[in-house]
Design a binder for this molecule. Structure first.
Ligand code: OXD
Length: 313
């Protein structure tokens, strides 16, 4: 097979090339913009250039080296028939679950308050909460969302999940909303005191969390965004943090990345900012998964993780 790697970080492109070459020694693997004699059969990439899809007209499939596919689907030169296949979990679920649990436990165990008490040498036990007071609401119950749900369930938190496709997840109160109605979303938000955004960016989820919808959350709620910045209207989030309706937010993704240096989120006292690192693609796990999918594809077996272009994920 002829395989082309296009990663926006040169060092990672080389790491992917080596990982794929090790697993498929009979194949020719090169990195963009190097061209193969006879064009590539498959490409693997993260934030690939438009020019790739203009030049590589013989691709059988494009593998996204991550979970989110929004960056690829918006490319004008993308052939609408080309199968786009994304990574499914590949070690990301565990990382995102750890990130979310860490953010919630820090808040729930009053770490900030104790840190400031320590600086002032104050010995003062604060009231203890219970998990029942902090129902977790997971917006997007795909593989990664289910990982997060299990992590919170194991710690005794009630978990609510919002999903577009009917599914049942043991222990989770599921709000299925095939039509995308405001009623189901409002009920889900009203039941949650921690909102975790885990859904892909699509035309339906863009700007979904504006002030009106965030107000449906219980008073004093916490917001975590590990999905895409565009799901959340950042100014509305700030407004609700300032009004006290929200008690805090942990944001790993932003409408503009890197977050501009003068952005108010950097300095907001109740916002924690991390640079899109809640889950990074683990190349060995990712390469194992892509190679297995490529083999299935080559031999005509069903391949999971193929993006439904209509739904956008
Ligand atoms: C992803 C990401 O989609 O890292 O994999 O954001």
């Amino acid at each position: 097979m002829r395989i082309l790697i296009a990663h926006n970080v040169a060092r990672l492109a080389l790491a992917w090339r080596d990982a794929i070459t090790t697993r498929l020694p009979q194949s020719t693997v090169v990195t963009w913009p190097e061209a193969l004699d006879d064009l590539a059969d498959y490409a693997i990439g993260w934030r690939p250039p438009e020019a790739l899809f203009q030049r590589e007209r013989r691709l059988k499939a494009f593998f996204v080296a991550g979970a989110g596919v929004d960056q690829v689907l918006t490319m004008r030169s993308l052939d609408p028939r080309l199968p786009i296949i994304r990574l499914e979990d590949a070690g990301m679920g565990r990382q995102i679950a750890q990130y979310c649990v860490h953010q919630v436990l820090d808040w729930y165990t009053k770490r900030n308050a104790y840190e400031s008490q320590q600086q002032n040498r104050i010995w003062k036990p604060l009231p203890v909460g219970t998990p029942a007071e902090w129902p977790i609401g997971i917006f997007g119950l795909g593989r990664l969302g289910q990982h997060v749900a299990q992590a919170f369930l194991s710690l005794g938190f009630p978990v609510h999940g919002y999903t577009r496709s009917a599914r049942s997840v043991e222990g989770v109160r599921v709000y299925v909303d095939a039509e995308g109605t405001e009623k189901a979303l409002a009920a889900f938000l009203g039941a949650s005191r921690v909102l975790i955004l885990m859904a892909p960016l699509t035309i339906d989820t863009r700007d979904r969390f504006n002030a009106t919808r965030l107000r449906h959350l219980q008073a004093g709620s916490y917001v975590i965004n590990v999905a895409r910045g565009e799901l959340l209207v950042e100014n509305d989030l700030i407004e609700l943090l300032d009004s006290g309706h929200l008690c805090g937010a942990s944001l790993d993704v932003f409408r503009e990345e890197p977050l501009p240096v003068d952005h108010p989120l950097w300095r907001h006292p109740r916002v924690r900012v991390t640079p899109h690192t809640a889950a990074v693609t683990l190349i060995p796990e990712g390469a194992d998964q892509i190679v297995a999918k490529m083999r299935d594809f080559e031999s005509g077996r069903p391949v999971s993780g193929v993006v439904d272009r209509r739904r956008g994920y």
